[in-house]
Design a protein around this ligand. Sequence first.
Ligand code: SF4
Length: 314
Amino acid sequence: MSCSLLDCGTVEERDFEMADYEGSVARWCPGCGDHAVLSSVQRVLADERLAPEQTVFVSGIGCSSRFPHYLNTYGFHGIHGRALPLSLGVKMRRPDLHVFVVMGDGDCASIGAGHWIHAIRYNFNVTVLMLDNNIYGLTKKQTSPTTPEHYVTNTQPQGSYLRPMDPTSVVLGMAGASFVAQTADWIPAHLLATMKAAQAHEGLSFIRIFQRCPKWTPDIFDAKVKAPHEIEVLGHEDGINDPKVTKMYKNHREHDPSDLDAARALTGPSELTRIGLFYHNPEQPIYDELRRSRSFTTEEKLAELEKEFDRYAI
Ligand code: SF4
């Protein structure tokens, strides 16, 4: 039996195990942070009872963009930098689906930058995971927009020329931002809590995940893992709170995620790596809902077509 594209959403609620979401065996390097993110994603899907047949992962190109292959959900492994417009297409036609987008720092902030800033402005209903390892890993250590200044790469062997972009700062600068958070692959409790909060948010949730790349940027991320005193946890009753994380890290900052100016002030160069919910505005208009509410219904479209055909009837 066929169904209309917009009325397939009635799915029997059932329980799932993490194993229900396992796709092919992940072929990332041993120790790559992508493995930890994949496990957390499977945990979120199972805990939130998101049926595999109602869930879609969309990606572009890069190591992390292998995600759709490793999950037993629907998936779309797109082209470089184009994951966000593809995800909007999915969401426009199938608002009942849970849509996730996985991008790396190059895919999102360089090749896909035009799509990225407009996706933030549109605030359509998807969960965006930006896995930031500070390098193009798949193409073997090329400078990306988040590579630290002076960092030696294969494209800039004398050291990266420019200061890095702060993706969180860019997102917070866009009208339309509605959920902006940072977390790290090696802090599983925080990663899980952040992804659950993002998935529950209506609108575009953007999570920058600091991601270990033991192959090309081990010195950057090993140092972060070994220096818990350089992590600062943002906490608030409306933020992301996990008692285990609060205990593990001594640097805490009270930050009200409804305060956009305060959120912006927390971005940019700092000795500290900040994790937590920077900004949350559940009142921000949602593009796909606005557009659907202002479009013709299927019946109206058919009636208009009939009218047009009648004009040519003899
Ligand atoms: Fe992971 Fe880096 Fe290996 Fe890519 S190159 S799979 S990001 S460790």
